[in-house]
Design a protein around this ligand. Structure first.
Ligand SMILES: CC(C)(COP(=O)(O)OP(=O)(O)OC[C@H]1O[C@@H](n2cnc3c(N)ncnc32)[C@H](O)[C@@H]1OP(=O)(O)O)[C@@H](O)C(=O)NCCC(=O)NCCS
Length: 139
């Protein structure tokens, strides 16, 4: 991901989340030492992205989304695999994430890619929905 991608990234982000990240979140990810943001391109256009943070033995998926019109085609799976490879190269042993308990598509994506549930944060999102904690051993 580079700064020129941010218009497209923000458009997808707004279509994908009820409380989307703002531009400054992504700008921070572009410059932060342990952050690794990537876009998926199709014919030169941004169709999805993933933001990975990797710090010593633990890495975390902070954000992942795919343009609504291009979902169900394996874009998120490819982004997740790529992020997993980068986390491993950075020395991570564990890749972790949090997902809203009502987000069936994302939970299915993660379970399909080897993540297991490790915990629950009750009423974490807007004091209403639970956050499911998931992780995958990447060693
Ligand atoms: C979750 C999201 C990133 C998945 O992106 P995608 O590119 O459509 O996912 P893929 O096509 O790579 O699917 C990979 C696997 O995820 C699962 N999956 C994806 N979408 C699914 C859906 N709507 N219902 C059930 N399972 C789904 C499937 O197991 C699929 O594998 P399969 O097709 O071999 O069965 C996408 O729906 C999205 O952007 N949602 C809004 C943002 C979001 O919720 N991000 C996650 C925050 S934690």
């Amino acid at each position: 991901m580079v700064e020129d991608d941010l218009v497209a990234v923000l458009a997808i982000e707004q279509l994908s989340f009820s409380t989307p990240w703002k531009r400054e979140h992504f700008v921070h990810e572009l410059g932060a030492r342990h952050s690794f943001p990537f876009v998926a391109l199709c014919d030169g256009s941004v169709v999805g992205y993933v933001c990975l943070m990797s710090l010593f033995e633990e890495a975390q998926i902070l954000d992942i989304a795919v343009a609504p019109a291009l979902r169900g085609l394996g874009v998120a799976r490819d982004l997740l695999e790529y992020a997993t490879d980068v986390a491993r190269q950075q020395g991570a042993e564990l890749l972790a994430l949090e997902v809203c308990s009502t987000n069936g598509a994302a939970i299915a994506l993660y379970e399909r890619n080897g993540f297991v549930r490790t915990g629950l944060r009750q009423k974490y999102y807007d004091g209403r929905d639970d956050a499911v904690l998931m992780e995958k051993n990447v060693r």
